[in-house]
Design a protein around this ligand. Structure first.
Ligand SMILES: *Cc1c(COP(=O)(O)O)cnc(C)c1O
Length: 449
């Protein structure tokens, strides 16, 4: 079945091009800006109501597909393929059954913050342990359909893990550029496990991007960084999934970590399209939280300038250790259009928030925990009210970066003692006899009320 039906639209000039006319670095040569995928029914196409997919019918169809054993129906991304017709043949979809992630409640954290309830959409429960799978299944499927033999990305770790896995499924070769020494082991190991050519460059993420952009311009290699607009088409589907999981009740506020800033942009696109098509009657506020050591959007936001000033990024939340985010303009528009806000969280706030999420039995990687750290600040500043229904987007699995967790519990992260101490559970090294274990247990019981 042929269902390709889209154009690429420059977010700067609004000029449209055919999908196969795009340059290898996915930037408009005239404006230097990124593209977004536009369908005949998109809001930017005007008011062609007759072209719009019918919300009521699609809700039923999507629910029915849950019972199907077809791989593209079992995928929590391709199940919604009617709103992302980017392939010529939907059977070319390369899927690992991504999506379908849980929406948990966080009752203890909600109570602590004085909220009625708080939800966490755990995108770390994807096949390779991060939300990157939802965008990789779409963009890599496009690469495969167009006949590319090689795919590439620069990555802080999770994009490379996802790309390597999907490339392996499709039988494509993958080359990964990662900054040397600034990547969590879990992620580095995945890239090798899935058979990618893994290159550690003696530079940071932003340096990796620069070199890779040059290489894809001169070679038949398909770029899978999030400048690739097809990544965002997959990454918009958690917006649909959240609404479905809430029985089409829209949350008031969705809080997302910000690194290269594609994910917040994609969710904004997802919710906005759902509203345009009549699935929901309003769009939630979308707020983006950056690490204080990698905060160019936060700075832009507070200074309200026209231009973004890149920073030299430094944070142990390595997934968002990005100083020159490619999708900043898309993300800024989403924040402004939805009435959200941009905040930052320092290393101490990130560490404590991560421990609090862990203590709910959920766990996430440090970059995901900025959402909770940021929520606390948004409550203080009044950008979130206690009656709001808030969803935190947890982007990565806790096992991606076990070293960080161990360092926190062993007090090697230089966290604030008073805040971190209640959550610290360092391993005890004891003599192997009953009395020493019982002494430790009794001390613990006396300490907890
Ligand atoms: C990639 C990533 C982010 C940042 O997403 P962007 O789209 O780059 O803003 C946040 N958390 C985790 C775990 C990631 O892998």
């Amino acid at each position: 079945m042929s269902f390709v039906s889209h154009q690429l639209r420059c977010i700067g000039s609004g000029e449209r091009i055919a999908p196969d006319a795009v340059s290898s670095d996915f930037r408009d040569p005239a404006t230097g800006e990124l593209y977004e995928v536009e369908y005949p029914w998109s809001e930017t196409r005007g008011d062609a109501a007759s072209l719009r997919p019918k919300a009521q019918a699609l809700r039923h169809l999507w629910a029915e597909r849950r019972d199907s054993t077809l791989p593209i129906d079992a995928s929590g991304v391709w199940r919604y393929r009617d709103l992302l017709p980017i392939l010529k043949d939907e059977n070319n979809a390369v899927t690992l059954r991504e999506g379908n992630t849980p929406l948990y409640d966080l009752p203890r954290t909600a109570k602590l913050l004085g909220l009625d309830f708080l939800l966490a959409k755990h995108q770390g429960m994807n096949p390779t342990g991060s939300f990157k799978d939802t965008g990789m299944t779409t963009a890599l499927s496009v690469a495969a359909e167009r006949g590319y033999k090689w795919v590439a990305c620069a990555s802080t770790g999770n994009t490379s893990a996802a790309m390597a896995a999907y490339a392996a499924r499709a039988g494509l070769r993958a080359i990964v550029f990662i900054p040397e020494g600034k990547i969590a082991w879990g992620k580095l190991s995945q890239s090798m496990d899935y058979g990618a050519l893994t290159v550690q460059l003696k530079t940071d993420f932003d340096g990796c991007v620069k070199l890779l952009t040059k290489i894809v311009r001169e070679n038949p290699i398909y770029l899978l960084n999030s400048v690739n607009p097809y990544r965002l088409e997959g990454q918009k589907t958690p917006a649909i999934e959240i609404c479905e999981q809430l029985d089409w009740q829209v949350p008031d506020h969705v809080i997302v970590p910000g690194g290269n800033l594609a994910n917040g942009s994609a969710l904004g696109k997802g919710f906005t399209e759902l509203k345009h098509l009549g699935f929901i009657d309003r769009v939630p506020k979308i707020s983006v939280i950056q690490a204080a050591g990698a905060n160019p959007l936060f700075q832009w936001f507070t200074n309200a300038e026209k231009q973004l000033h890149p920073v030299t990024a430094d944070t142990r939340a390595t997934a968002i250790r990005i100083g020159n985010p490619a999708s900043w303009r898309k993300a800024a528009r989403v924040i402004e259009a939805t009435g959200g806000w941009c905040e930052q969280a320092d290393e101490n706030e990130i560490a404590v928030a991560k421990a609090q999420i862990g203590a709910e039995g959920i766990g996430c990687e440090p970059a995901s925990a900025v959402t909770l750290a940021g929520l606390k600040k948004l409550l203080k500043s009044g950008h979130v009210q206690t009656g709001e229904r808030v969803v935190l987007l947890l982007t990565g699995h806790t096992l991606k970066d076990p070293e960080y967790t161990i360092d926190f519990h062993k007090d090697l992260l230089a966290t604030d003692v008073a805040e971190a101490a209640p959550y610290r559970r360092p391993p005890l090294i004891l003599d192997s006899n009953e009395s020493s274990v019982m002494r430790a247990l009794e001390a613990e019981m006396a300490g907890s009320v």
